[in-house]
Design a protein around this ligand. Structure first.
Ligand SMILES: *Cc1c(COP(=O)(O)O)cnc(C)c1O
Length: 341
């Protein structure tokens, strides 16, 4: 069986190191915030950029929620994001009392399409005026959204930019790590993310020290924050050579960190069951776009409104990818796919 992910492999490699530090946390008797979180905040901020401040919170969702609150988003306001994302991007908007507005993705990168964004912002600004508050570009699957035009639009129309970098620790845009570009950037340390904790964890980054202070007051104390570093970097070599398979592209202006490895195939469901029969676990990120989710049926959207997202969602398949996936397993998966037609 080739699993989609397996955190036990990681623990078996890192256990000596972890077993040395975890008892220190336990002995300290201090499990919320405290000096380990502070050290981690500093290390993570330094890793992203010299000029950013980090505020640790309970999860990526909470990071997004607090960033929205810090941006001045209030009930009745509107926030723009994409329909091709993890549901928590949109849950966070709902938590803030604002309504999500969706903009379709680019078919090659699967990320927010800046041209469609501009059209939408021009239109909505006229309708909503000051109630249109922020844009949340998502760096999906580990690849940066096209930040330059997005920030230009935000400046022009006085909107805040909150990067959803929950899948993109270490990804780069034009030579700089994501997390530096927006007014705020949000990261998740959910166990299966590129940098995973043993439990939930999240982080907000901002270049503004006063915003960081404000966020420290806003953050709540609901969750444990015993961060544990996971080795970075993925085995992203894939030997797939099947002409019917579309492999992920790496945009020329960015560095992809492959949180997920997404392929597309016109007969995705048949490919998925074929892989399952051959003991390969896969997943779909995400099978149902936000605007077609039961939970968001109150949004004013219908099937067909975001054709790129809808088309992509029917063909995508996430292959196993994690730091301790073995080369042999990558080869097995690739060979199986190459034999499929
Ligand atoms: C995981 C994820 C989140 C939420 O992070 P949690 O830590 O699970 O709350 C938000 N947005 C995206 C794109 C994610 O992948």
């Amino acid at each position: 069986m080739i699993p989609f992910g397996d955190l036990r492999r990681e623990y078996s490699v890192l256990s000596r190191e972890l077993n040395k530090v975890i008892p220190n946390v336990l002995k300290s008797g201090w499990f919320i915030l405290g000096k380990y979180v502070e050290e981690f905040e500093k290390a993570f901020a330094d890793y992203i950029h010299k000029e950013v401040y980090a505020v640790g919170v309970g999860s990526g969702t909470e990071a997004l929620h607090l960033a929205l609150v810090a941006s001045g988003v209030q009930p009745g306001d509107f926030v723009i994001t994409v329909p091709n994302t993890a549901v928590p991007t949109v849950s966070a908007i709902s938590f803030s009392g604002a309504k999500p507005l969706l903009v379709d993705i680019h078919p090659d990168t699967y990320n927010m399409d800046p041209i469609k964004l501009r059209k939408r912002v021009v239109k909505e600004k006229r309708r909503l005026g000051g109630k249109l508050k922020a844009i949340i570009p998502v760096h999906l699957y580990g690849q940066s959204a096209d930040m330059e035009p997005i920030i230009e639009i935000a400046k022009e129309f006085e909107l805040k930019v909150i990067e959803d970098a929950c899948q993109a620790h270490g990804a780069e845009y034009k030579g700089k790590k994501v997390g530096w570009f927006g007014d705020y950037a949000c990261f998740s340390f959910y166990p299966s993310k590129n940098l995973g904790a043993y439990g939930d964890g999240g982080m907000i980054l901002t270049k503004n020290p006063e915003d960081a202070q404000k966020l420290k007051m806003l953050r709540n104390y609901g969750q444990e924050k015993r961060y544990v570093h996971k080795i970075k970097g993925f085995n992203s070599r894939q030997y797939i050579k099947n002409p019917r398979v579309i492999k992920p592209i790496e945009v020329p202006y960015g560095k992809h960190v492959f949180h997920l490895y997404i392929i597309r195939h016109p007969q995705r469901d048949r490919l998925q069951s074929y892989l399952k029969q051959n003991s390969v676990e896969t997943a779909i990120h995400y099978p149902v776009p936000i605007h077609l989710q039961e939970a968001y049926k109150d949004l004013p959207y219908s099937p067909g409104d975001f054709p790129t997202t809808e088309k992509v969602s029917k063909g995508i398949l996430s292959l196993p990818i994690f730091p301790y996936l073995r080369d042999q397993e990558v080869e097995t998966v690739s060979n199986l796919i190459n034999r499929f037609n």
